[in-house]
Design a protein around this ligand. Structure first.
Ligand SMILES: Nc1ncnc2c1ncn2[C@@H]1O[C@H](COP(=O)(O)OP(=O)(O)OP(=O)(O)O)[C@@H](O)[C@H]1O
Ligand SMILES: [Mg+2]
Length: 474
């Protein structure tokens, strides 16, 4: 038989089949049709040797974008740009090349361990524009089923996620006041520019690295993959700067929670729900509240719209338990002594870091950053003064920064020395005055003991704790 003859026979057979199908559709009862269709599909699968796998953009609830879909999109974006003819372009970061992804209704091929697969992108016909559902379809020969389902798909998802990490922009979230709003996080602070003793910096960097690579370790010891940092110290000592450095070091998003703007516990809870991407509470859930819960809510309202310690603890513990991936929370405060021990116990805040006044080592970092100076004849004098007086890195930095193009490093250093001498003099005067007033008071009271510091109730009024709680999350 020639190829032509085969085709003629085949097409007449096909015509016969189509005819048979039309008759079948018309004359067979519905149930029987379903039954026969099932078997014909089975029969088809013997003849048709390809397997299709479909990945939809949204999961059934349509709330969450499918992670697999995003990963595939990234993977195909980076692997298909050479072969696909129609691509979509996106600018991810300023001054960086555009990111290309495969356009709808495009098909590309990929080869994995010598096996060829086909990827196509498509979408379901939408009823409305917003109803559009996109999906990717993977096609491969059934003889490669094992390689594809066991190895290839894992490879695609892993690669896709890695690409996402490389391309992603970090975000800075702030509560504003009852919702998170975010901007692209582009703070330039790094550990290199952070003024602090080198040893302390290295220690923190090691701690962060160990944490970020500790997925398996945390799983082994049965602990959630999380770590809490408490940064404390006077204003202007670099707490916020350090958080930026941490976020840049690990490539994490930052959640900056300003507690002074949170009205009450329920608002705090709302923010928590948003950070973890849980389903938002619906009206119905509120109706279903048990009496106990209702009473709690009522008490909360009566207590004068405050963030209470227990509310805050719930918030933190909730953050910890609700998130799958790694997460770091950093709280910063100026008054570590005023924080309740329950808040800062290990497990909630695993590592406590004090940021303090500028030491000579920290000064040298600033001098290098601001003036590109590694040494100078005035350094000895400055070291001596820094040992005698307290100045924050923020103030040292302010003095070191040239105020005009004409100002050179000599003038900046001179200004710093004058500033330090003034601070030293002021501190001396203040100490003298205090000593005098203390002596006067002691005379008046005739040695009576007086001060009894009342222990505050355990409510953290935002004012008091001046909590610029900051959360950095993965
Ligand atoms: N350790 C430091 N290293 C480098 N720069 C610093 C350091 N500390 C302060 N600065 C400079 O001072 C500015 C203010 O510091 P930062 O906002 O980090 O202080 P903070 O400790 O968070 O203060 P606050 O308690 O008021 O929030 C920073 O923008 C930075 O320029
Ligand atoms: Mg700060």
């Amino acid at each position: 038989m020639t190829t032509g003859e085969i085709w003629t026979q085949l097409s007449s057979a096909m015509t016969g089949l189509v005819l048979a199908w039309v008759m079948f559709e018309q004359y067979f009862p519905y149930q029987l049709r379903g039954y026969l269709q099932k078997y014909s599909q089975k029969l088809m699968s013997y003849a048709y040797p390809y397997i299709h796998v479909t990945f939809h953009e949204f999961t059934s609830e349509r709330l969450k974008r499918s992670e697999a879909f995003s990963a595939i999109q990234n993977y195909l974006g980076s692997n298909s740009t050479k072969t696909a003819k129609r691509l979509k372009a996106d600018v991810v970061r300023n001054n960086e090349p555009v990111v290309l992804t495969m356009d709808d209704y495009e098909e590309v091929t990929d080869v994995f361990e010598g096996v060829k697969v086909w990827w196509s992108s498509s979408k379901t016909v939408p009823k409305t524009q917003s109803d559009e559902r996109r999906y990717y379809r993977l096609t491969f020969h059934k003889s490669h089923r094992d390689v594809i389902t066991e190895k290839y798909l894992e490879h695609v998802l892993k690669e896709g996620k890695a690409i996402a990490v490389r391309n992603r922009q970090r975000k800075l979230f702030t509560n504003n006041p009852s919702e998170w709003s975010h901007v692209v996080f582009e703070h330039p602070a790094t550990f290199d520019t952070l003024a602090m003793e080198t040893k302390k910096k290295e220690d923190i960097k090691k701690d962060l690295t160990k944490f970020s690579k500790g997925k398996d370790y945390y799983a082994k010891i049965g602990k959630a993959w999380k770590r809490g940092y408490l940064l404390y110290g006077p204003p202007g000592t670099g707490k916020s700067t350090m958080i930026s450095a941490m976020a840049n070091f690990l490539d994490y998003d930052v959640y900056d929670l300003e507690l002074t703007t949170v009205k009450d516990n329920s608002e705090l809870r709302k923010l928590l729900i948003e950070t973890t991407g849980q389903r938002k509470k619906t009206e119905k859930d509120d109706d279903d509240k048990s009496d106990k819960k209702k009473k709690e809510a009522e008490d909360e309202r009566k207590s004068g719209s405050k963030v209470t310690l227990s509310g805050l603890l719930n918030f933190i513990d909730g953050l910890w338990s609700a998130c799958g991936g790694e997460r770091i929370i950093v709280f910063t405060t100026n008054y570590v002594d005023k924080l309740d021990p329950a808040l800062i116990r290990r497990g909630r805040m695993d590592k406590h870091i004090e940021l303090s006044y500028c030491c000579f080592e920290a000064f040298k970092v600033l001098a290098k950053n601001y003036l590109e100076l590694k040494s100078h004849e005035t350094f000895g004098k400055i070291e001596e003064l820094l040992g005698e007086t307290k100045m924050t890195p923020a103030d040292v930095a302010e003095n070191l920064m040239p105020r005009s193009d004409e100002e050179d490093e000599e003038e900046c250093l001179k200004r710093l020395i004058e500033g330090l001498e003034t601070a030293k003099e002021e501190a001396r005067k203040k100490a003298e005055e205090e000593a005098v007033s203390k002596a006067e008071k002691a005379d008046k009271e005739g040695g009576e003991t007086s001060s009894q510091v009342a222990k505050e109730n355990c409510e953290i009024s935002a004012e008091e704790a001046k909590e610029n709680g900051v959360i950095a999350g993965g």
